[in-house]
Design a protein around this ligand. Structure first.
Ligand code: C5P
Length: 328
């Protein structure tokens, strides 16, 4: 019962986190018009740091707020098990590569094409779950994943006027580069997520310790990234240039995202994570329509929404598809 509660609670928080992150980022873009912009590479580093600090606090709490116990568990699990720790460099490195690939994709594709194509990660995640974790999916579940992918693609389908204007700017060559980058990112997203899930579910170790290990590598890669891309600007005006309350909110939400994704992978799985993020895409679009009034839903959007909701129910329809050891 507790596992059931944790599973749906973590999925619910993921929907909340993804929705508020999208809306805050969007709001910060429309609001911030003057002054220096914050460096995205610095935000990544700060979010990583925040994530590590929060995980250390959570481990501290798990050990009844004892400094001695915290110190000993961190040494025992991180310093004294270098091979186990190094295993986390793989998903961390892949996530770093993925973030850069998505940047390449967004520079070569319009945002809608990028988002629609990136939904293929729902299928790559399912394929990696089957091949790496031995998970078995029933016919209804495969069908629901296809319906989900189609639904999300329709929800994000570009409106005609925007795509026509953007298409003129984007050459066929850059389209190929952009689509290739997204496709590789779909594979890396599926692989890294399932690899992290495998590590979590194969050992009894606390998810927060695993996240500290992942974050440590993320921090190292992020610092390298910041110095490589924005080294000069950081030396001139510091890494916190352009930060305001909104920036800190985005950074905090991003850090929360990493924590919630880890909890979802632990208590639910990567496939259900796909459903939670799909629902939050719809939720943020609807909120953006009702509150920010910067979006006009089309018939295609409603059709996509219906498909996503149908897929969500369809996925749970086949009550017992096959014995599934790792599902909570
Ligand atoms: O698109 P996708 O779902 O693969 O994105 C996952 C994101 O979650 C990545 O940016 C990754 O850095 C982050 N993550 C995290 N902590 C985890 C797992 C993923 O910060 N334990």
């Amino acid at each position: 019962m507790a596992a059931f509660r944790l599973k749906y609670m973590s999925l619910g928080v993921l929907v909340f986190q993804t929705t508020s992150l999208v809306l805050t980022m969007r709001y910060s873009r429309t609001l911030q018009s003057e002054g220096p912009r914050y460096l995205a590479s610095s935000a990544v580093v700060v979010a990583e740091l925040l994530k590590i600090l929060t995980c250390v606090l959570l481990v501290f709490k798990e050990h009844s707020y004892s400094m001695r116990a915290l110190n000993s568990i961190l040494r025992q699990e991180i310093t004294h098990k270098p091979i186990e720790t190094l295993k986390l460099a793989i998903p961390s490195g892949i996530y770093t590569l993925q973030n850069n690939l998505l940047y390449v994709a967004l520079s070569n594709l319009d945002a809608a094409t990028y988002q629609v194509t990136y939904q293929l990660k729902i299928l790559t995640t399912a394929l990696f779950s089957v091949s790496m974790l031995g998970r078995r999916l029933g016919v209804y579940q495969w069908l629901s994943l296809l319906v989900l992918m189609t639904g999300v693609a329709l929800v994000q389908w570009p409106s005609e006027s925007a795509s026509a204007a953007e298409e003129e700017v984007l050459s066929a060559g850059s389209q190929v580069v952009g689509v290739t980058a997204v496709l590789v990112a779909c594979c890396s997203s599926g692989f890294a997520g399932v690899y992290f899930e495998k590590i979590l579910k194969e050992s009894k170790q606390s998810v927060w310790i695993r996240n500290i290990q992942l974050g440590m590598f993320g921090l190292i890669f992020g610092l390298f990234g910041m110095l490589a891309y924005d080294g000069n600007r950081v030396r001139e005006s510091g890494m916190f240039q352009g930060y305001n309350t909104l920036t800190w909110t985005v950074v905090a939400l991003q850090a929360l995202g990493g924590l919630v994704i880890a909890a979802v992978i632990k208590y639910a799985d990567n496939i259900l994570k796909g459903f939670a993020t799909s629902l939050s895409i719809i939720l943020s679009t609807l909120i953006s329509y009702f509150w920010l009034q910067d979006f006009e839903p089309t018939g295609v959007f409603f059709l996509g929404t219906i498909l996503v909701i149908v897929a969500t129910f369809l996925y749970g329809y086949e009550a017992k598809p096959a014995p599934n050891p790792s599902r909570a």
